[in-house]
Design a protein around this ligand. Structure first.
Ligand SMILES: Nc1nc2c(c(=O)[nH]1)N[C@H]1C(S)=C(S)[C@@H](COP(=O)(O)OP(=O)(O)OC[C@H]3O[C@@H](n4cnc5c(N)ncnc54)[C@H](O)[C@@H]3O)O[C@H]1N2
Ligand code: MOO
Length: 390
């Protein structure tokens, strides 16, 4: 059996960054920018007022001074003339500052009578002018690769960028296997349960930028599994769930081998998730996840997310570990790296009482995976431990 780290290295060899496509800016949130973007204009393109008031000369901005209002500058419609001595222009927030003016008197500091204004409060020294290009200038770059956030979308809109190059979404096909499974909404027989893993994994992977196809459940026969693999055609990554262990009905290894899978590894020294398998089926990467629901989800976090990030061209593919102090003691660990379901609270982190890998209710209560080295010794309250946030 290999370690989690060794498995990751082998999994990364199975996938590579995908090509780019151009999409409308309005659809780009959460996508991965694949080329640097460069501003072709300045923002603001002119010196702009940051307040509603009067544009005048700063040398004349003194208490009790009087001015004649000679025109108006509004956002989108500038005043074309020049502001001379003793003159002012009515101005609004975002409007171009007229030539000859270098100070905006806020209207609260002025009293207006017809076309005359008087400064009634100390105007101070703040000019209330945003210089041209103070936000960004021609040549300002947004650097790729980066996952586009709403803030980046707003910035690119301001830069007048209507379409953006992003990495194509990796297509991931998910195949549940097992005679015991029915889809949510169907009526299960007395010995059947509902397929949950594909739904949890789809949510996990789509939140991280994949396009996920849930294929029909493969039954525990060679023919049914072969059909499911056939339906996965065109995917960048095929993930089977269940049927990975050593029982008579665990057919994934046998069928994928018959279909020509070059196996990369089988079994990892970790808990949960020991019977993980991976390889290459033609041009497609294939990962066989264990069927136990918590094992499948933990493997999703530990292996599928980093593979997905690599396909998306994201530089940091691994979720960094964080550390916390134990709020309750934990016993010694066995021979496998253990990813314990845990709850991180204000007083520290505590491992959930039952670590059975079938318990989705426990996983749903957890907000962290407490990571233990193989053979880690028992640890008292207050010890620092590593965890991955969920
Ligand atoms: N003799 C041994 N038995 C087992 C071993 C072993 O080393 N020797 N390993 C155990 C471990 S660890 C795991 S994990 C499981 C993995 O088994 P499989 O990958 O073959 O999974 P199945 O047997 O098909 O299913 C296990 C469990 O999960 C349920 N399941 C499967 N798919 C889904 C799904 N899509 N949604 C919800 N639940 C699912 C299935 O009904 C079973 O209850 O093997 C141990 N056994
Ligand atoms: O590895 Mo299994 O995934 O412990 O339940």
């Amino acid at each position: 059996m290999i370690s989690v780290e060794e498995a990751r290295a082998l999994l990364f060899d199975l996938v590579s960054p995908l090509p780019s496509e151009h999409i409308p800016l309005a659809e780009a949130s959460g996508r991965v920018l694949s080329e640097d973007m460069t501003a072709t204009r300045d923002q603001p393109p002119f010196a702009a007022s940051s307040m509603d008031g009067y544009a005048l000369k700063s040398t004349e901005a003194e208490l009790h001074a009087m001015f004649e209002v000679i025109g108006e500058s509004a956002a989108g419609r500038r005043f074309d003339g020049v502001v001379g001595p003793g003159q002012a222009v009515r101005i609004f927030t975002g409007a171009p500052v007229p030539e000859g003016a270098d100070f905006i008197l806020i209207q609260e500091d002025a009293e207006r009578r017809e076309s005359l204004i008087t400064i009634t409060q100390d105007p101070g020294t703040k000019t209330n002018i945003r210089p041209a290009g103070i936000d960004f200038t021609q040549g300002t770059k947004i650097v790729a690769p980066s996952v586009l956030r709403p803030e980046d979308i707003a910035l690119m809109a301001a830069m007048n960028i209507p379409t953006v190059p992003v990495t194509r979404k990796p297509v991931i096909a998910l195949i549940s296997t097992g005679d015991e499974l029915v889809m949510p909404g169907e009526t299960p027989g007395p010995d059947q349960i509902i397929a949950s893993n594909t739904f949890g994994l789809k949510a996990l992977l789509e939140n991280a930028g994949a396009h996920v196809r849930i294929l029909p459940i493969a039954r525990d026969t060679v023919a049914s599994l072969e059909t499911a693999f056939g339906l996965a055609d065109g995917a960048d990554l095929v993930v089977t769930i269940g049927g990975a262990s050593v029982g008579e009905y665990d057919l994934v290894a046998e069928v994928s081998q018959t279909l020509g899978m070059e196996r990369s590894f089988y079994k990892i020294r970790m808990r949960p998730g020991k019977p993980l398998m991976a390889g290459r089926l033609g041009n497609t990467a294939m990962v066989g996840l264990p069927g136990n629901p918590v094992s499948a989800m933990v493997c999703g976090y530990l292996f599928l997310l980093p593979m997905l990030r690599r396909m998306l061209g994201i530089e940091q593919v691994l979720t960094p570990f964080q550390s916390a102090r134990l709020a309750e003691p934990i016993g010694k660990n066995g021979p496998r790296e253990h990813y314990m379901r845990a709850v991180l609270g204000a007083d520290g982190i505590r491992a959930c009482a039952d670590q059975d890998s079938s318990l989705l209710s426990v996983l749903a209560q957890a907000n962290a995976l407490l990571v233990r080295e193989p053979h880690d010794h028992a640890r008292p309250v207050g010890d620092e431990v590593r965890y991955l946030p969920l």
